[in-house]
Design a protein around this ligand. Structure first.
Ligand code: TYD
Ligand code: MG
Length: 449
């Protein structure tokens, strides 16, 4: 019998090697290699999808057609998609198991079905009765939604060709397999080939396709980055299990801007849109030391956040630094800036920082709020409830101005704030006040009054 040939594939980026490697030379991931069987390259997608050969078109003769879109009517989702789903596009929604991907897509099915769009929902994870039970709970009733519990791509493609749905949902890509490849479902080669097949069929038949992908704990779509390159749009579903807030973030979008977010809350009847996320994120703020309001910019939208810090004496030889919702390295850097420029030695203190509401910030304009929160806790001084701190902090302790200050002022004013500390010298909107601050050194007198 012929010896089974195997190769080693990086789960993070798809890099292939003949031998096992501890560190991936491509994406630098550690222990990411897995053994897979080598199969005969039959190019299954070509065999199944026997479409006409297309002729190249002269660039000069191409007419620009506005992308035809299907709006869900769910504002928070339509915005992250760049004004709805583009017909015939391939969208990937990634997120940790249990975050609410299936729930969202079932709700989306109902919304698009109401617009006379035929939906085919392929489920490889749940049974028909499980889906029905969930649909009943969510009030999903449309007769235009069809469910197919199937994991074999060959059967799925036959069904698609026969039924011609306009909207296709694949839940989840890791459960679907092709007979052409011997490796297990969810393996790099399976996921790559299956996505390729869905891409072909969605482009050729003009079917809007949404692929659900589970994400590994490192935050990559298991199966993984190769998927991101193939699809038109990549959305990530974020949130913490114990918290009901859910955020959808655009990571890639060929039909709109990235960095947009949509905010939802997971309720008893599925996901509810949160039109005013700032309100939700700051409403529980208490007047206490260590609590400071900052303002991040998510895409085009300003978002107010409560930053909490706790600074406590430590007995540990290495003081603890915990950052939840902000980058750990950013926190270390800000702590170093405080030590250097305010002569506050935090070496004997543990520093914990948390962004309330399970929100993850990747905007440096919240630096000033983080520094202020740490100092507020250190000095045990409470800051007034109607003030915010907006600015980036540089290594020299200088406060830097940030973009879109006007939009942030408006958001702050709308949420009942009277003034903010900032380095921005832009026009101040009426009914709002700005206190200029140049360096973190000046925070001491602000905090100690
Ligand atoms: P689900 O959509 O199955 O997650 P995923 O597909 O991302 O794995 O969501 C599962 C969780 O959502 C589960 O813990 C229960 C909760 N949930 C609600 O809170 N309300 C609801 O109406 C539904 C349908 C689910
Ligand atoms: Mg699911």
């Amino acid at each position: 019998m012929a010896k089974v040939k195997t190769k080693f594939v990086c789960l993070e980026c798809g890099y292939e090697s003949v031998k096992w490697l501890g560190k991936c030379p491509d994406c630098s991931g550690y222990s990411t290699f897995t053994e897979e069987r080598i199969f005969e390259e039959k190019n299954a997608s070509k065999k199944i999808l026997d479409f006409d050969v297309k002729k190249p078109v002269c660039l000069d003769h191409i007419e620009i057609v506005e992308a035809d879109r299907v709006k869900t009517g769910m504002e928070e989702l339509d915005r992250v998609l760049g004004d709805g789903f583009v017909k015939g596009s391939l969208v990937l929604i990634g997120g940790e198991p249990g975050i609410g991907k299936s729930t969202l897509l079932l709700q989306v099915s109902e919304l698009v079905a109401k617009k006379e769009v035929d939906v085919l929902y392929i489920t490889g994870e749940e049974s028909l009765s499980q889906i029905k039970m969930r649909a009943d709970r969510l009030g999903v009733l449309s007769k235009q939604i069809h469910i197919l519990p199937e994991t074999n791509i060959e059967i799925i493609i036959e069904t698609i060709k026969k039924d011609h749905p306009q909207f296709l949902i694949v839940d989840s890509i890791q459960t679907i397999y092709t007979d052409e490849i011997t490796s297990v479902p969810g393996s790099v080669s399976q996921v790559r080939e299956i996505t390729n097949m869905f891409m072909n069929i969605s482009k050729n038949m003009g079917i809007t396709t949404v692929i659900i992908g589970h994400v590994t704990k490192e935050g990559n779509i298991a199966g993984p980055k190769i998927l991101e390159h193939m699809v038109d749009t990549v959305l990530y579903f974020e949130g913490e299990r114990l918290n009901t807030n859910r955020i959808i973030r655009t990571v890639k979008n060929r039909f709109g801007s990235t960095n947009e977010i949509g905010v939802f809350e997971m309720g008893a009847k599925g996901l509810i849109e949160i039109a005013e996320p700032s309100k939700l994120l700051i409403e529980s703020k208490k007047e206490a030391s260590g609590s400071v309001i900052g303002c991040a910019l998510e895409g085009t939208r300003p978002l107010l956040l409560e930053i909490q810090a706790l600074v406590t004496k430590t007995n540990l030889p290495m003081p603890r630094r915990t950052a939840i919702g902000i980058d750990y390295n950013r926190l270390s850097l800000l702590v170093a800036i405080i030590e250097k420029h305010l002569n506050v030695y935090l070496g004997a203190y543990d520093v914990y920082v948390n962004v309330v509401g399970g929100f993850k910030v990747n905007d440096t304009s919240t630096d000033l709020a983080v520094v202020t929160a740490v100092l507020s806790s250190y000095y045990d001084q409470i800051l007034p409830n109607d003030v915010a701190f907006v600015g980036e902090v540089g290594l020299l302790g200088e406060i830097r101005s940030i973009i879109n200050f006007e939009a942030r002022q408006k958001e702050l004013k709308k949420m009942g704030f009277k003034y903010c500390f900032t380095a921005n010298t832009d026009t101040v909107i009426s009914g709002f006040d700005v206190k200029l601050i140049q360096n973190v050194r000046d925070l001491r007198k602000t905090i100690k009054g």
